[in-house]
Design a protein around this ligand. Structure first.
Ligand code: ADP
Ligand code: MG
Length: 535
């Protein structure tokens, strides 16, 4: 593309290989972009809420993902429309900032686009629509702040945190176990949280999964989990107050180099060699014992003879531990990785309150739990489940719950879910529209209408009459001036979200509105789309 000027000095654009390019301008461009954005939002709409549907996505190499997490669905979908990619980006940034609310934000953006289209049809300029949206979003965000509530919790009373995490989990496949999973998530976050600085490092929470068992068997481990077992079945399965030697040197005598030659032609010579080897092992074991190690974790293997000897000398050992895991163990237990036996000293041992081996199922699969480590608050959430897809989805759901708990530690404010907050904002924005004299007030009203789309989708997905339900709840909110009434998705019998304990974080809701508005404004401001029609 190049800019040129004709003989009268008027600028024009030269498109290279013009026949291969398509170009949309003005209102056509906006219409096409809005259509693309709406198409993406429509896909996610049916996944919103506790009765939302899941999507099954097949990857390029045939692997299947089943999920109802907005960010994951969009991530796995192969979109190549540029505007659709913006929606993917939108969901991703909500995921990145907040962790939850990734479906809602796209539904919201879709509704804003739909309303914008109507305003454009009325002849309102896209910039005026964008400005009206901006004003409306400010009103909505301020109103959320006003209706939000703070709750108090501490390490001993974390029930409110659990309740909020349960709201997040209730819209997932795992909602059967939402109570126990929410408790696990909250305990994990509290274990690594710095409550004074209101900071949580989620990197310290590892999520592992193993196929088998039940979702109910999912557990929280105060330490790390290694997919290895003791090298000998008769070694102790449980070591209290373990002092761990972390070795990257092989547990065996030095191998003869290819240049050397050992001639063994008599029994005596063989015997001496064997003795020497044995002695070599013995010294190594002794060295470990001397520095006080009660467990050896080795990057390399050792042969059966060494294994036998280790068992005899009562020094439990784990072999073939990968480099990454070894590093993790070293960091968590405060030990140092030892590359040579000569360098082993008591100071380099890692310490853990408890190391135990646990076996699963009939396949004799075993795992090593290293708990109550000296140096680190790291915890592991160990997920069990019927199949790989279930475990993957549980991981994603737990991630959402962890993020929600973290957000609450950062900011204790909550708003009510089930569309209650959106309805309250919609009323507030609608009321604010009257104060604006300009054309923007149409856009502000449209924004209010778009906010209704979230409760509407929740009602629709739960098999309720969307318009009737929404207007009933809305009039209830308006009449009693209480922002707690939302959609009763689970047919509990009350619209009061306080009673149902459906909470969402204030910052999550605010972020949803801000991000959705931003993207929609951006899409509305595009009036020229030049693309290669090859694809
Ligand atoms: P997201 O990816 O946006 O978090 P979800 O599928 O998790 O999407 O749905 C979240 C929506 O469902 C929120 O608006 C939340 O308030 C609502 N919700 C969750 N649990 C309930 C419930 N028990 N009753 C009514 N609404 C609920
Ligand atoms: Mg959610």
């Amino acid at each position: 593309m190049a800019l040129a000027f004709d003989e009268f000095g008027r600028p024009f654009i030269i498109l290279r290989e013009q026949d291969q390019k398509t170009r949309l301008r003005g209102i056509d461009a906006q219409k096409a972009n809005i259509a693309a954005g709406k198409a993406v939002a429509r896909i996610l709409r049916s996944s919103l809420g506790p009765k939302g549907m899941d999507k099954m996505l097949q990857g390029p190499d045939g692997d299947v993902t089943i999920t109802n997490d907005g960010a994951t669905i969009l991530e796995q979908m192969d979109v190549d429309n540029q505007i659709a990619k913006l929606m993917v980006e939108l969901s991703r940034s909500q995921d990145y900032e907040i962790g939850d609310g990734t479906t809602g934000v796209v539904v919201m953006a879709g509704a804003l686009l739909e309303q914008a289209e109507r305003q454009l049809d009325r002849g309102i300029h896209p910039i005026r629509v964008a400005e009206g949206y901006e004003m409306a979003s400010r009103v909505a965000v301020e109103h959320l702040e006003r209706i939000s509530q703070k709750f108090e919790f501490d390490v001993n009373n974390f029930e409110p945190l659990v309740q909020t995490c349960m709201t997040t989990l209730s819209s997932k496949i795992v909602n059967r176990c939402k109570r126990s999973l929410a408790e696990i998530a909250v305990k994990a976050v509290l274990a690594v949280a710095d409550l004074e600085r209101r900071d949580v490092n989620l990197d310290l929470i590892k999520i592992e999964g193993k196929v088998g068992g039940n979702l109910e068997d999912t557990e929280l481990i105060y330490g790390i989990l290694v997919d290895k077992d003791m090298s000998h079945p008769q070694m102790p399965k449980q070591i209290e107050d373990a002092h761990i030697a972390i070795l990257t040197c092989p547990f065996e005598p030095p191998k003869p180099k290819t240049k050397h030659k050992v001639d063994i032609d008599t029994v005596e010579k063989f015997e001496t060699l064997r003795k020497q080897e044995q002695q070599y092992f013995d010294e190594m074991v002794q060295k470990c014992k001397d520095v006080g190690a009660t467990l050896v974790i080795c990057q390399w293997g050792f042969d059966d003879e060494a294994n036998h000897l280790l068992m005899h000398r009562n020094l439990p050992a784990v072999r073939w531990v990968g480099g990454v895991e070894l590093e993790l163990i070293a960091i968590a237990t405060g030990g140092r990785i030892v590359p040579r036996f000569q360098e082993l000293t008591p100071g380099k041992l890692g310490k853990a309150g408890m190391v135990r081996e646990k076996s699963f199922g009939t396949t004799k699969e075993r795992m090593l739990y290293i708990e109550h480590c000296a140096n680190s608050k790291a915890v592991t959430i160990f997920i069990r489940g019927g199949n790989k897809m279930m475990i993957e989805e549980t991981k994603r759901s737990i991630h959402d719950a962890l993020c929600v708990a973290r957000n609450l530690i950062r900011n204790k404010s909550i708003v009510y879910g089930g569309g209650a907050a959106e309805i309250a904002c919609s009323l507030a924005v609608d009321a604010a529209a009257d104060k604006y004299p300009g054309v923007e007030q149409y856009a502000i009203r449209a924004f209010a209408e778009a906010l209704d789309s979230v409760p509407m989708a929740l009602a629709e997905n739960s098999g309720l009459q969307p318009i009737e339900t929404l207007s009933a709840v809305k009039s209830q909110q308006l009449k009693e001036n209480i922002p707690f009434y939302g959609i009763d998705c689970n047919d509990v019998g009350t619209n009061d979200m306080r009673e149902q304990n459906v909470f969402e974080t204030l910052i999550g809701k605010q972020q949803q509105i801000l991000l959705a508005t931003q993207v929609v404004k951006m899409i509305l401001k595009i009036d020229d789309v030049i693309s290669n029609s090859e694809y």
